[in-house]
Structures are given as C-alpha cells and as structure tokens.
Design a protein around this ligand. Structure first.
Ligand code: AMP
Ligand code: MG
Length: 324
C-alpha cells in the first residue's frame, strides 16, 4: 500500500475510537497516516518496515539520504532503537520527554538504513501529544515521522494544511486540532563527548546545558552539518522577504509582523498580526504564512523579530523560508 505515490483516496480520520483503530490498522499494513504532534503534523509509518518508510519519502518527494526521526511511546523503549544510551541522553529524556526534543544516538542494528539515511545514528523522540501518545502505546513499535508536507514547503500545523500538500498521496490524516508548539523539535546529538544542537527548537540551549551540567555546542545556523539541514526550507510559494521597520511596502505585498503599530500604516486587508512573544509567535507562524500564501500577493514581507535567545528557532526557520 505504501508504494502508490499518488491518486489514493486520503481518509480524513477523527479522534474517535473507531478512527484510531483504523489509523493503527493502516500503520500495521505498512501505510502512512499523518498525525498531529505537539510540534507540527508528522507523516508517520512503521519505522521497522523499510517499505513503509520508503512510502514516506515517495509521498514527500524527499531525498533518500535525509534521515527521519523515530517516535516512540516512552523512554523505556530507547534501548530498542539505540545501541548505547549515554548518561546525558538519560538525563535529557528524563527532563524533557514526553516533549519537543529529539536525541541523536547510535542506532541499534535492526533499525532500517532507510530511516537513518544510511547514517550510523538514529533520531528518537517521545512526543507529548495525547492522541499520538495513545496511538504509539497501542502500536507498541516506533513510527518514523517527518513533517507532513512536500519536501521544502511549509510544515503543517493543521489537518487542512496536511491535505493541501499531500491529499491523494497518503492513506490518511487524523485531525487532532492545532499543534501546541508549531515549530519542529530541537535536535541534540548525544553521541560524542560534547553535546551538539543540530536544530534549534522549542527546548533551548540553556535548558539543555542546565540539565547536563556542561556547555553544549550550537554549530552555526547555516552550516549543513547533517543531511536534511538545508538552506532553503519551510517555504511558502509566494516569495518571502524579511524586512526592517523602515521598509516601504507597496500594493500587492502581504505583511506579517509581531508589532501592531508597524502594521497600522498599511491596509488591514493585506496584513497579519502575529503574537509578540516567541512561544505564541512560533505556534502561529506556519499557519499565518500558509494563509497569506493563499491570497495571491506578489510577495510576503515579514518584520524581522527581535534577536533574543528565545527567538533563535524562529530566526532559523525564517532564514530558510526567505532563502532564494
Ligand atoms: P524532519 O523529520 O523533517 O523534522 O527533519 C528531521 C531532521 O532531523 C533531518 O533532516 C536531520 O537534519 C535530522 N536527523 C534525523 N535523524 C538524524 C540522524 N540519524 N542523523 C543526523 N540527523 C538526523
Ligand atoms: Mg520537515
């Protein structure tokens, strides 16, 4: 079932008991179900089934060497997927799971190369979203789940956005409402003597350093340290530009900003106000870009947010979304 790349009938599933059972049956048969997580919607399939995993790559048209994150029900399953679980990994799992943190660990022998992009490491996460958590406990295994969008486009934070990109290309989507964080998980490599953050996200460098009690590296945002960490990503179809407060917008430009005063100078029909706090902003960002992308503007301009530590993950996504 996972082989057919297009023109499937994509089931819209609710959170009813019957629909949950259907989602599980699809996973067990090697199919793909898009599910809500607390970060963004994920396109999930059985991580121990290489054919099912290939179906994820086919639906997204994602290059095969970009590794996928494996989602598991609890930290007790870590040793099913990782050949070694260093102390720092145990500490971070204890502190932040279930939650938006992915740990990179040496992979167990049985983990399919398709999941890890041929790398000797595997990305693991215990999500906190109650529906996904319930599904994972019932499934018993792990699911590989990248964001449920075509390669390089905006990550979806609602079932509607999943369907906009993948309708007819996947077996089902479960509508579990909007996502709590709206930004992809923080990824930490815990394999070496010094921990490295490979992707900024909801859990900050400072929070991680506090738990492990040592400095943690955060390589330059634009260095492609791992496959999949690409410069152009998270992109709306309408060209996006990051602007300063003195930018002079003309007709045909859609404006997004966290500052209501800045937007006041422009017609309300072409503006979208975002929350002024980083957490609220992160939650609404992709949805706002998605909405503005539907409206036929020539360009989208977004007022550059503050350069404060809690805005780091947002700057990372915006740089890639605006990269041409
Ligand atoms: P996504 O699934 O789209 O949220 O992106 C997952 C990203 O996590 C990949 O593109 C990589 O940057 C990173 N990642 C996941 N697993 C690994 C791994 N085994 N080794 C290195 N990076 C990984
Ligand atoms: Mg993605």
């Amino acid at each position: 079932m996972a082989d057919s790349p297009s023109s499937l009938t994509t089931l819209r599933l609710s959170t009813s008991e019957q629909d949950i059972a259907q989602a599980l049956a699809i996973w067990r048969a090697g199919g793909r179900v898009a599910v809500p997580t607390e970060t963004v919607y994920g396109l999930a399939a059985d991580a121990s089934n290489a054919t099912a995993v290939n179906g994820i790559f086919a639906a997204k048209q994602r290059p095969a060497n970009h590794p996928l994150i494996v989602h598991i029900a609890s930290a007790e399953q870590l040793s099913d997927w990782a050949s070694d679980v260093p102390l720092a990994a145990q500490q971070l799992a204890q502190a932040f799971w279930p939650g938006p943190l992915t740990l990179l660990l040496p992979k167990a022998a049985h983990v399919p190369a398709e999941v890890t992009g041929g790398l000797p490491t595997v990305g693991l996460r215990v999500p906190s979203h109650p529906l996904l958590s319930q599904l994972l406990h019932a499934f018993g295994g792990g699911v590989a789940a990248p964001s449920a969008n075509p390669y390089k486009s905006l990550s979806p934070t609602s079932a509607e956005q999943v369907l906009a990109g993948l309708d007819g290309r996947i077996e089902a989507v479960v509508d579990g409402g909007p996502c709590e964080w709206g930004l992809e998980s923080t990824i930490v490599d815990v394999c070496g003597p010094t921990l490295r953050i490979l992707r900024a996200g909801p859990i900050t460098q400072e929070q991680i350093e506090q738990v492990v009690g040592q400095p943690v590296d955060m390589p330059q945002q634009h260095t492609a340290v791992v496959p999949g960490n690409v410069k152009a990503h998270y992109q709306p179809r309408t060209p996006l530009r990051l602007v300063a407060a003195d930018a002079h917008a003309e007709n045909g430009i859609g404006l997004l900003a966290h500052d209501a005063k800045w937007l006041q100078a422009f017609a309300a029909t072409s503006t979208r106000l975002l929350p002024a706090d980083a957490v609220g902003y992160g939650r609404e960002l992709y949805g706002a870009l998605y909405e503005m992308d539907q409206r036929g503007f020539d360009e989208l301009w977004l007022l550059t947010p503050p350069y404060e530590p809690e805005w780091l993950a947002i700057h990372d996504r915006l740089r890639r979304a605006a990269s041409r």
